[in-house]
Write a protein of this length. Structure first.
Length: 401
């Protein structure tokens, strides 16, 4: 039990925790998210009054004594995230992440794990305390290097000039400097660290995945028919290329007026960006709900300007839906051209439009790709991620790396 994981929210940290727990390597898991088991005093008949996030983020798959939750600071961050001001949103992040970081760091000398796993902006004090105690530091980098993010994304560039934005970037820089190992979720993300001057020997790649069986369960049962149906899943924002999709879809309707576009994610944000178009907008969905919808969609579209991986790509493949994805998404490596999808240039609305048109012209062929999509998804099941995670951490935990 040698590896301590500290993540204020989630990303894929719970998958790493489950993998290490199965191998007997997990020391403990620290988070700001509430664990349902910590609310045992709350009467079962009142469960319906709890936010859905409590049950969604509960950690029953981990031993109760290994989970440590401190939900308070996350409420502050969530309230700050509602402001339109980038400066205020970043201030909320800075406060929550620093409080979490110091909470774990203060306990580290007593806990004495062999390895600590931190996440960007949230582990500077943890890594400093670990170094003082001879503990190995691993930065599990869920995103691209921040220099690449600032270069490509407008909001990140604007945020870099605020006080909190500067503090968050300083934390990122120091965390990278202190990390003994950096784990990236794709080769594309790894290259962004190398381009920023980080030694390649310190960086390893462990691509994330999906629950293939869950998303493939309806494959072959649900019929894909009727007009062409495209789907976008995620935050309908600039970095996801949602504006490019809206623009290309608007032009597509001139040639294929019956083509459908479904959007799953932040419904209010999607309506704000695409209120003038006939788009079928869905609220956020559970994995079960999403798998049922993907089973009747013809094609997932993810034209991200910057996406370190993009788990929805392999989820769609598992559900039998081919994918149109940009070359700035790490999951584009899962695409075999004309077999399970297509890769288009990031930021190129014309290229995206032409691919949408090609799918509409030959929709029967697109639907025949379904079985190939499902077969290719098997390479990206979470079980493969877990095996790679154990191979990475077992030597570190034993002190032989």
């Amino acid at each position: 039990m040698s590896v301590l994981i500290a993540h204020p929210t989630r990303q894929h940290s719970h998958r790493l925790a489950a993998a290490l727990e199965s191998a007997g390597l997990l020391h403990s898991y620290w988070t700001l998210l509430p664990d349902r088991r910590a609310l045992s005093w709350f009467a079962a008949r009142l469960d319906s009054l709890l936010p859905s996030a409590v049950s969604r983020h509960s950690l029953e798959f981990l031993s109760r004594d290994k989970v440590h939750a401190f939900p308070g600071p996350l409420l502050f961050q969530k309230l700050a995230s509602r402001f339109s001001s980038v400066a205020l949103r970043q201030l909320g992040e800075w406060v929550a992440w620093v409080v979490f970081d110091r909470w774990v760091a203060a306990r580290l000398p007593r806990l004495r794990p062999r390895v600590v796993v931190g996440y960007e902006m949230c582990c500077l004090d943890i890594f400093r305390a670990a170094k003082e105690s001879g503990i190995t530091c691993v930065l599990d980098a869920a995103a691209f290097h921040y220099a690449m993010q600032d270069r490509i994304l407008h909001e990140d560039r604007n945020g870099a000039s605020t006080w909190a934005g500067k503090q968050l970037r300083l934390r990122k820089w120091n965390e990278i400097e202190l990390a003994d190992r950096i784990i990236c979720v794709s080769e594309l993300a790894r290259q962004s660290y190398i381009d920023a001057g980080i030694e390649p020997a310190r960086i390893v790649v462990n691509p994330v995945g999906c629950d293939v069986a869950k998303f493939a369960a309806l494959h072959g049962l649900a019929a894909r028919s009727g007009p062409p149906k495209f789907i976008f899943v995620g935050i309908p924002a600039y970095h996801k290329g949602f504006d490019l999709l809206v623009g290309s879809y608007k032009r597509l309707l001139a040639d294929y007026p019956d083509a459908e576009l479904h959007v799953v994610g932040d419904a209010a944000m999607a309506r704000k960006v695409a209120s003038s178009l006939r788009i079928k907008i869905h609220d956020k969905m559970s994995h079960d709900q999403l798998s049922r919808l993907l089973a009747v969609m013809d094609c997932l579209v993810l034209p991200s300007r910057l996406e370190s991986f993009g788990m929805v790509v392999v989820e769609a493949l598992a559900a039998g839906a081919p994918v149109i994805v940009s070359d700035h998404a790490g999951a584009s490596k899962a695409i075999r051209e004309n077999e399970n999808g297509w890769v288009v240039s990031a930021g190129n609305e014309t290229a995206l439009l032409e691919r949408l048109r090609a799918c509409c012209r030959d929709i029967d062929r697109v639907r025949m790709m379904s079985s190939a999509c499902t077969r290719s998804a098997s390479e990206h099941d979470w079980s493969h991620y877990s095996k790679r995670a154990i191979a990475i951490f077992a030597p570190l935990a034993s002190g032989h790396a």
